[in-house]
Design a binder for this molecule. Structure first.
Ligand SMILES: [Zn+2]
Ligand SMILES: [Zn+2]
Length: 429
């Protein structure tokens, strides 16, 4: 009886305290929004390519320090990790933002459009945040400021991961999420759970899209070398034509998708994106090189596709008399949203931004190196809408193009969602 009395006193006090913290967070989010926009515009105007995010990393480190957060710099080249220890015990929750821009010359008419130029693979190029990573950095800095303002009430530790080179490091360099994981970003303190999001140009602002289980594809890049025997173009019987063999190989590879892969289980994509061989109309070339990508959403299917890929190329090559060489490099793993974690966190997302704005979606055959964090702790990666309200998604310029655009006002939804995920996960643990 006595126990019951005590409980009945304590619970309302707890609830009131919890509601107070939530109020503090809402006020801090509203306060940080203009800063979030200013950071985003500054970053958008000063984009840097992968493994070259020097100014970006400095801005991030300076800001994190100004919030009283412990900072590690130079992680996986230019990466920055902030560690915020709450005054109350609890789990270690990691949040990730990628920082790199792309070799694209911006054509969007914005006061903060990029005019930055640099050299990439020996070529003069424009640099642009054409995938929205500027918004990711601005949002994560905002979350860091908000959560550091409630440090006294914060349970556990939040690890802010600012990652370089998500789009892939320059040729001959290592980088990105894999290197951050290899350098121990998921340890000391050990991360219990990791959340991340990507802003999307064809999803309306104010909304979040999610999928449980396999979400984004594993991306493999391949090179196929086909070697024949040169001859005069009028006398192909005196040579071995690698171009006609390559045509058969391309068709053969597509049958792995259409005839062999269990497409009701998960999608498979094989794309030959580049083919090069020959010099003029009347010479049978001595070789062909093909570059492309394989996308899978199930690691068993990925293994099978790799096996069949090598077999089909070798068999067609043997039948045609050419010699073949295949190299497959795995760039990212399947981005896997832990189903139990998703189920646990969906109510938080709905609370943060309204149930009608949280939508389930299908697979994505695009890839994310966020997948590497998921090998060390349960992970949940979301899509955040960045398209102006009322616009037709079909008319939204795609990511990685000169016209790519996402709004400033979209970021508030991302900040709200991440803050809620952190505070609710810490409460549940
Ligand atoms: Zn991208
Ligand atoms: Zn991206």
């Amino acid at each position: 009886m006595k126990k019951l009395l005590i409980l009945s006193c304590v619970i309302p006090v707890c609830l009131a305290a919890g509601a107070q913290v939530k109020q503090k967070i809402s006020a801090a989010i509203a306060k940080v929004e203009p800063k979030c926009i200013a950071w985003r515009e500054q970053l958008h105007q000063n984009p840097e390519l992968g493994n070259r995010e020097f100014k970006t990393a400095k801005l991030v480190a300076d800001q994190l320090r100004s919030f009283g957060i412990e900072v590690k710099e130079g992680v996986a080249k230019t990466g920055v990790v902030g560690i915020l220890k709450g005054d109350k015990p609890g789990p270690c929750i990691a949040l990730r933002a990628d920082m790199d821009g792309l070799p694209v010359t911006e054509t969007v008419d914005l006061p903060y459009a990029s005019t930055i130029k640099t050299t990439y693979n020996g070529q003069e190029v424009g640099v642009m945040h054409a995938c929205g990573h500027d918004t990711h950095v601005a949002m994560l800095l905002s979350v860091a400021e908000v959560l550091s303002s409630i440090k006294k009430d914060l349970k556990g530790t939040v690890k802010f991961i600012f990652q370089p080179a998500e789009e892939g490091p320059p040729a001959g360099e290592e980088g990105g999420a894999k290197l951050m994981v290899d350098e121990g970003v998921m340890e000391n303190p050990k991360v219990d759970v990791v959340f991340g999001l990507h802003i999307e140009a064809a999803i309306e602002e104010g909304t979040i899209e999610w999928k449980s289980g396999s979400f984004m594809a594993a991306a493999d890049f391949f090179t196929i070398k086909v070697k024949g025997k040169p001859s005069h173009g009028s006398q192909p019987w005196l040579g071995i034509d690698p171009i006609s063999a390559s045509a058969q190989i391309i068709n053969g590879l597509q049958t792995i998708v259409s005839r062999e892969s269990e497409l009701t289980k998960a999608p498979v994509v094989i794309t030959v994106g580049k083919i090069q061989g020959g010099v003029r109309n009347n010479i049978i070339s001595d070789n062909v090189e093909m570059l492309g990508t394989i996308r899978t959403l199930d690691s068993e299917m990925q293994k099978k596709v790799h096996e069949r890929f090598r077999h089909v190329i070798k068999s067609i090559g043997d039948a045609s008399g050419v010699t073949t060489e295949v190299q497959i490099d795995t760039r990212t793993l399947v981005t896997y949203n832990d189903p139990k974690l998703v189920e646990k966190m969906l109510p938080s997302l709905r609370n943060a931004i309204g149930a009608a704005n949280v939508k389930e979606r299908e697979w994505v055959t695009g890839a994310e190196d966020f997948s590497y964090y998921g090998t060390k702790a349960p992970s949940f990666f979301l899509y955040l809408g960045g398209m102006p309200k009322g616009k037709d998604p079909k008319t939204a310029p795609p990511h990685h193009t000169a016209e790519f655009f996402v709004t400033n006002s979209a970021m508030k939804t991302g900040v709200q969602a991440l803050c809620q995920l952190v505070t609710d996960y810490a409460e549940m643990k």
